[in-house]
Design a protein. Structure first.
Length: 267
């Protein structure tokens, strides 16, 4: 297995290089965050290239990092919190950096740090599996954008509170249970709008945010896993359109309501 050992001030340039060269996805796992200028400009450039950016940090730092996480979400990054997070990993489809260093400028300049950097596909794939599992237990900050939240145990979903759902609940309070259920279903199935202003969707396997594309209903990580067997009829977990639990597949990525709303060919 090929890898390089980096220490101290050598690590942050490798992280910047990983971000600059990423074409599909960047995963940043760091308990503590401090976005210096060069790092911010590199992340902004990646977002403009339509690279998916996922950032996971320590939940205990939520209040302290309000400005940082707001900036990340403003550029289109997906930001998650994990209790007692200690992992420090930076990963793209081309490179993985496993290190002792937080994404913190002070650490790069003042602390004794160590990193293993590798372009090996096997190590990248194993790391991406760990990151996907970690995100499945994480709490997303951008619930208004996503339209739902994950609990910290698994992939159970609860509808995020929005002004639309509150309005629907108020207007249908005196209606029958059937009418209420219908109204809530319509609210839940309103397509989300991503930070880039495009109608969004979800990976049918892990529930990650995606652009709506009937031909590509899997995120990059899940597609790599699927491509080992390439079974288009394999039963997946979520609807590509609304993100609800559904026995979908690459052949049939949408539940029936979403198929009627978004998938049925127009005349």
């Amino acid at each position: 297995m090929y890898f390089k050992i980096k220490t101290n001030h050598e690590i942050s340039p490798d992280i910047i290089d990983l971000i600059i060269k990423a074409e599909k996805q960047i995963d940043i796992i760091s308990p503590y965050l401090d976005l210096w200028n060069h790092l911010q400009s590199s992340l902004e450039a990646a977002a403009k290239r339509d690279v998916i950016i996922n950032v996971v940090f320590r939940a205990e730092m939520k209040d302290k990092y309000k400005d940082i996480t707001k900036w990340l979400m403003d550029i289109g990054a997906h930001v998650y919190m994990v209790d007692k997070l200690h992992t420090k990993v930076y990963c793209s489809e081309r490179t993985v950096i496993i290190t002792s260093m937080n994404l913190y400028d002070y650490s790069a300049k003042n602390s004794e740090e160590f990193a293993l950097t590798s372009p090996e596909d096997e190590l990248i794939e194993q790391t991406q599996k760990y990151i996907a599992e970690l995100r499945s237990r994480a709490i997303p900050l951008d619930t208004k954008k996503v339209g739902r939240v994950f609990d910290s145990v698994g992939k159970k979903e609860t509808e995020a509170s929005t002004s639309i759902s509150r309005s629907a609940a108020s207007s249908t309070k005196s209606s029958s249970a059937k009418a209420n259920a219908t109204s809530e279903t319509k609210v839940a199935r309103t397509p989300k709008v991503s930070a880039r202003g495009e109608a969004g969707a979800f990976c049918v396997r892990c529930g990650e945010d995606l652009k709506f594309n009937m031909e590509k209903p899997l995120c990059y990580n899940c597609y790599k896993s699927w491509s080992k067997y390439k079974n288009p009829a394999f039963v997946e977990k979520f609807c590509h359109g609304c993100g609800k639990a559904h026995k979908s597949s690459l052949e049939k990525p949408l539940c029936m309501p979403c198929w009627k709303d978004r998938g049925r060919p127009t005349a």
